[in-house]
Ligand binder design. Structure first.
Ligand SMILES: Cc1ncc(COP(=O)(O)O)c(C=O)c1O
Length: 494
């Protein structure tokens, strides 16, 4: 119903008395909407506050307060003796027929990509928040040295205020860059200057920067198929032309990559523990990849997310340690080797990209939290990091063994669980014909068991069905019970 009064026509505004917002707030919101939508255009005179009060059934004070609030927002102006007007500075909205409609408009690139990406890319990949079998990529929170960490944290925060409260250097805290370069030299066979190390808010943040720095829209990017989802989406968002390259027991099939896209601009690989299949890239494949990149001037992104965790007799060094020609951008993360809430990762850049990393860091002024960086630097420098890694290798090896033993006992004929010498998870190949990996993962999820179908990681269809089985997050006994439960779920589906 519309009432007429002196000044513009103001429809009766429905007021909710059970609303937590006051009557004034509700009136202000409704009038603001009318002004901004053009229903009350610039220059229009509004009814006197007394008239507004009467027509809306509110007190005069409420009406006055409403006008005052809108005047304070610049939407109304009062002229003494003349009345209250919608401010002249408000531009009318563009008429509906001139606004491109939804699908016809040109949405921003990332929006287009996520719309066109289909469920394959857009599945909600929430990181698991609580440890349970068989989440992947989650370190063992239960054995983390929390008392030590608390001591190091408290010591840091007792430091001088300007040291702990200032903006961080966008390239990373020099103390941490130094600690990482020493750690990489002493323990990973990678020689790099602290200035070649750049700190990021996790590996994912590094992938985003690398993709936008090194890839132009349409550039061919070799990507492991199946492969990790987060990095893949960073390259998609930059408009890369992703080239799915098959992986086998030796890792990325370089010959297949060369056949599909010989002029590749960049290759993304997980040599220590292929994500998600879990194979370690063979030495000959590493050389093939390096030579292919040298020949085409391509970059190689080495995602060494679990490279510290090897349970065999020797730890294969990162691809970066073999990179004589400076084509490899190494990406490390503390999400697995310390804990993911830190949101800290790092890049070891080849010398010819150092300046570009410095310039883009300076231009974006991002930087990771100083406190977290300083505490990690102390954790490394005081030897706790290597002690922790050594201890965790034993813990994860024990959990891996528990998984393999339980799988032999409870999953025979259902899943063949692949032995692995590295990382936080392995793969179970589905052995029951006619049963879909998605159905099994769904039924397992309903029973409280976390596992992902391999297809989730496929860029183009792969002729293999299986499930990811993480073994890092929970103790051996729980892994055993969960394998038995998974066996029951699967037998119920056969
Ligand atoms: C393959 C892979 N790379 C890197 C990471 C680490 O990412 P971030 O350092 O952003 O936690 C993950 C995390 O799960 C991963 O699965």
């Amino acid at each position: 119903m519309t009432k007429y009064a002196g000044g513009a026509l103001i429809p009766v505004i429905p007021i909710r008395h059970d609303d937590s917002a006051t009557i004034t707030v509700q009136l202000v919101a409704a009038l603001r909407r009318m002004i901004l939508s053009g229903q009350l255009p610039a220059g229009v005179r509004l009814p006197a506050s007394r008239t507004l009060a009467r027509s809306q059934g509110v007190s005069r004070t409420t009406a006055v307060n409403t006008y005052e609030q809108l005047a304070a927002e610049g939407l109304l102006r009062s002229l003494v003796g003349s009345g209250t007007y919608v401010s002249d500075t408000i531009l009318p909205p563009v008429p509906a027929h001139e606004v491109p409609r939804g699908e016809d408009a040109v949405p921003p690139r990332l929006a287009t990509l996520s719309r066109d990406a289909s469920d394959r890319y857009y599945t909600r990949l929430a990181h698991p928040d609580t440890p349970r079998a068989f989440v992947t990529g989650m370190p063992a929170f239960d054995v983390f040295p929390m008392a030590l960490w608390s001591r190091l944290s408290a010591r840091h925060w007792r430091g001088g205020r300007s040291g702990v409260m200032r903006y961080p250097d966008p390239c990373g805290l020099m103390e941490l860059r130094r600690s990482v370069s020493q750690h990489m030299r002493a323990n990973r066979g990678v020689t790099c200057a602290p200035e070649e190390v750049f700190i990021f808010n996790g590996a994912q943040d590094a992938f985003n920067r690398i993709a936008s720095m090194l890839v132009n829209p349409g550039d061919p990017v070799w990507f492991e198929n199946p492969g990790t989802v987060g990095a893949r989406n960073s390259f998609i968002a930059c408009g890369a032309r992703l080239v799915p390259v098959p992986v086998d027991a030796e890792g990325l099939d370089v010959a297949a990559g060369l056949e599909a896209a010989p002029e590749f601009r960049l290759a993304f690989v997980t040599p220590a523990h292929q994500h998600p299949l879990g194979n370690t890239m063979s030495v000959s494949r590493r050389f093939e990849l390096l030579r292919a990149a040298e020949r085409t001037g391509a970059w190689i992104i080495e995602d060494d997310y679990v490279g510290e965790f090897h349970y065999g007799s020797h730890t294969p060094p990162p691809l970066k340690s073999m990179d004589a020609s400076g084509r490899v951008v190494y990406v490390g993360t503390f999400s697995k080797s310390i804990f993911p809430a830190l949101r800290l990762g790092f890049v070891v850049a080849p010398p010819r990209l150092v300046e570009m990393f410095e310039r883009t860091a300076a231009a974006m002024l991002q930087g990771a939290p100083t406190g977290a960086q300083a505490i990690v630097a102390d954790f490394i420098d005081e030897g706790h990091f290597t002690t922790h890694i050594r201890r965790m290798r034993e813990v994860y090896a024990e959990r891996r063994d528990a998984l393999m033993r339980a799988a032999d006992r409870d999953l025979e004929g259902l899943l063949t669980v692949r032995p692995t010498e590295t990382g936080f998870h392995t793969i179970g190949d589905l052995e029951v014909s006619g049963l879909s990996e998605t159905v099994v993962a769904g039924a397992a999820g309903a029973a409280g068991i976390a596992t992902a179908p391999l297809g989730r990681f496929a860029l183009s269809p792969i002729d293999r069905q299986g499930l990811t089985l993480g073994f890092s997050a929970v103790p051996a006994a729980r892994i055993g019970r969960s394998v038995a439960a998974l066996g029951r779920v699967m037998r119920g589906l056969v």
